[in-house]
Design a protein around this ligand. Structure first.
Ligand SMILES: CC(C)C(=O)C(=O)O
Length: 471
């Protein structure tokens, strides 16, 4: 097979028999290359990676049922200080509430290596929740597999790295050796009745038709033999995936999903996407994976994960709602509770501008925007953030807020009813504005704090002989 085999015009290898699509698996045999294919045309390393196009487009194929899975305790923990057992159990509880009774957060994965990891697994399992299902994650080794067996997991993820970067350069194996090794560990699991989720690490730098599809065909054969589900998780480990129509595999997200579903025969509900955010694409690539045939997208809370992080779980909740037009039982207000828990109890600072959860995600500063907000909050708020996230739209007071911004701040901070609300002509607002202007004239560069503003508002009320507000 030619090295750049992704450019070849591959025949569609499907036969329709008894209304079933049957795959001609002999079309996709392992290409046991002698030298690693590192796709130098796309990944020159000393240059910024490139996105080639062959203009082959893939049809939309969104499964009827799509869901979210969670890796907060696995990939999420690889990049930060470990959570305590209590923290894991608490977060697991939140995820259960957030995902709702229909299991929109379908599963979560745990390490098994330390006693603390295992305690967390036991405690979460003891909760007896159907969702998120507690699953494990191991390397493809017989030693790791023993742990899965001892603990009695029903499903485990197994690391089956699939690019030649990993197979040749890290594992020092050939493709054939890697494939045989992985399949033997998968078989061990199935022998014990444990279902397997294969984490195809670095798929966006892998030879899709020379390695990935032949490997997945073997996995599907094992699934058939043992009658136990084998899931396939496509891991965009370095965040190279793109969703541009006509981009070339292995960078094309839809191209990969198409190959896995149509040519390797992996059913939608056993297909999952795991994204990273190195090129700011984790969310859009995950949505693309849903649109083109994955039922599952794997995420971590607030996107905490290796390097630039994983696909943020909370983002996919709102992607789901936008695609499906409903929340299917998810309680989105739990997202705000989780953010508060991370800030207050875990000591993790969520950057202020982070969508849905950052302190400033729905705070407007510019006076001209505040004027709009005062007239109708829909003008400058993405949706009813108070209803879905318990976060009313806010207006921070700074040198650009203007009278309208100050009025809006007072109305929201004190929760004033429609009748009580001030507008920009209020004398209280004028007094506070004078003080704000003076602050900036004196060289201030920061926004006003809540406390300062409350003091100034109290002063203004006193001066004007008006009753003070109570928050
Ligand atoms: C380690 C693997 C499975 C992973 O999380 C990734 O590829 O991002």
């Amino acid at each position: 097979m030619a090295e750049n085999n992704y450019f070849l015009d591959r025949p569609v290898s499907l036969n329709v028999k008894n209304n079933l699509l049957e795959i001609e698996e002999h079309m996709y045999i392992l290409d046991d290359v002698k030298k690693p294919n590192v796709f130098r045309n796309m990944f020159p390393y000393s240059e910024v990676p490139k996105i080639p196009f062959n203009d082959r487009t893939v049809p939309h194929n969104m499964p009827r049922n799509i869901w979210i899975t969670d890796t907060t305790f696995r990939d999420g923990q690889q990049s930060r200080a470990p959570y305590t057992t209590e923290q894991i159990v608490k977060i697991y509880d939140y995820l259960h509430r957030l995902g709702g009774p229909k299991g929109m957060i379908r599963a979560s994965e745990f390490f098994l290596y330390s006693k603390k990891d295992r305690d967390a697994v036991y405690k979460c399992m003891e909760k007896g929740y159907e969702f998120p299902e507690v699953t494990s994650w191991i390397r493809a080794s017989k030693e790791d597999f023993k742990l899965v067996k001892e603990i009695g997991m029903k499903e485990t993820g197994i690391l089956v790295s699939c690019s030649d970067y990993h197979i040749f350069l890290k594992l020092k194996m050939t493709r054939k050796q890697a494939m045989e090794h992985y399949l033997s560990v998968v078989r061990d699991c199935l022998e014990e009745g444990i279902s397997v989720r294969c984490h195809l690490e670095d798929i966006t730098r892998a030879d899709i038709y020379g390695y990935v599809v032949p490997f997945c065909l073997e996995l599907m054969k094992l699934m058939k033999e043992y009658q136990i589900p084998v899931k396939v998780r496509a891991c965009d480990t370095m965040g190279y995936g793109v969703n541009y129509p006509g981009a070339v595999i292995p960078r094309s997200v839809q191209g990969i999903i198409y190959a896995l579903h149509t040519h390797a025969g992996v059913p939608h509900e056993l297909l999952e996407w795991h994204g990273h955010n190195d090129f700011y694409k984790s969310v859009v690539n995950s949505t693309t994976a849903w649109l083109y045939g994955c039922s599952g997208v794997n995420t971590s809370l607030f996107g905490i994960g290796e390097r630039t992080g994983n696909t943020p779980l909370e983002a996919m909740v709102f992607e789901y709602a936008q695609l499906k037009g409903e929340l299917n039982g998810m309680d989105t207000t739990v997202i705000t509770e989780l953010a508060e828990y991370y800030e207050k109890e875990i000591g993790y600072h969520i950057p202020e501008r982070t969508p849905f959860v950052g302190k400033n995600f729905n705070v407007t500063r510019a006076g001209i925007h505040a004027d709009g907000l005062l007239k109708n909050e829909e003008i400058y708020n993405i949706f009813d953030t108070e209803k879905f996230l318990n976060r009313p739209v806010l207006c921070a007071v700074s040198n650009t807020s203007g009278l309208a911004g100050i009025a809006h701040w007072i109305n929201t901070y004190f929760g004033l009813t429609q009748e009580q609300q001030l507008d920009k002509t209020s004398p209280i607002v004028t007094e506070v504005k004078k003080w704000v202007d003076q602050q900036y004239a004196d060289g201030r560069v920061t926004v006003m704090t809540d406390r300062e503003l409350v003091e100034q508002i109290d002063d203004a009320c006193r001066q004007l002989n008006m009753p003070q507000f109570r928050a």
